[in-house]
Design a protein around this ligand. Structure first.
Ligand code: T5A
Ligand code: NA
Length: 223
């Protein structure tokens, strides 16, 4: 049996990742949809508390390691399904882990410099590890690499109008701006052509699906 394939949908908060991941998984046939963070596991429960309760304290390093540990909780299942020939559609994965942590470092620095009182996004003092891309990559080393990554991006003004925006810890426009540039840095770190940037500005759900589906076909992923 041929090995299945990992298709990753990444992007900024509320750009439509979950909506598109579900549609794409449905179109692919023998497939499994997996979402990160997976809030249903033991570690996922702590992550959920962290994201939804701004008074819940964790050091930036701990939060980073928990997001990675959450991926390792599901690693065996991913490998097993790939060996069984499944397409796995991932709703966020490693790149989110690195990009958000890097963004927290940049955010802490800007807060430090401006003298503004910090919010719940990141610690007030930027810790050295959070700015060190190699350190950030380390805990995810060994997880299966996606065959195709599609990164959904859009203007931050439009993002703020999306339903539910602002409910969770990282949903602050000022912060998403930094997240966007961190993602670009992290994705450009990949030297192959497995990464595609998809601009979803002003596009409805169906139009975005069409863009993604064309990319999947272009890569020959679903053959
Ligand atoms: N995080 C995550 C880390 O810091 N480190 C990590 O390692 C990982 C994995 C939660 C947070 O965790 C951080 C990143 C996040 O800040 P999450 O649970 O994936 O991660 O949370 P969100 O990304 O915020 O997930 P959302 O569900 O909010 O956003 P989605 O999935 O991008 O958007 P979706 O599909 O739910 O759509 C949002 C709304 O927009 C509408 C939908 O109907 C919905 O109402 N919509 C559209 N509207 C107009 N046009 C379109 N084309 C639309 N597509 C969807
Ligand atoms: Na989502």
């Amino acid at each position: 049996m041929t090995r299945g394939q990992l298709i990753l949908i990444e992007g900024l908060d509320r750009t439509g990742k979950s909506t598109q991941s579900a549609i794409i998984a449905g179109k692919l046939g023998k497939s499994k949809l997996m979402k990160f963070p997976d809030r249903t596991t033991k570690i996922g429960g702590i992550i959920n508390e962290y994201l939804t309760d701004s008074s819940f304290q964790l050091s930036d390093q701990s939060a980073h390691l928990l997001f990675s540990a959450n991926r390792w909780e599901l690693n065996n299942e991913i490998i097993d399904l790939l060996n069984k020939g499944y397409f796995i559609v991932l709703d966020r994965y490693i790149y989110s882990g690195i990009a958000y942590s890097l963004a927290k470092y940049e955010y802490s620095k800007s807060v430090q410099n401006s003298g503004t009182k910090s919010t719940a996004i990141a610690s007030t003092t930027a810790s050295e590890q959070m700015g060190d891309v190699e350190w950030l990559y380390c805990p995810d080393k060994g997880l299966p690499k996606p065959d195709l990554t599609m990164f959904l991006t859009m203007d931050l003004e439009e993002l703020g109008n999306r339903k539910g925006w602002g409910d969770e810890r990282y949903e602050l426009q000022e912060f998403q701006k930094i997240v966007k540039s961190s993602f670009m840095r992290v994705l450009h770190h990949e030297e192959d052509d497995s990464v595609e940037i998809v601009d979803v500005n002003g596009k409805g759900i169906e139009a975005v699906t069409e863009l993604l589906w064309n990319l999947i076909q272009k890569k020959g992923v679903n053959e």
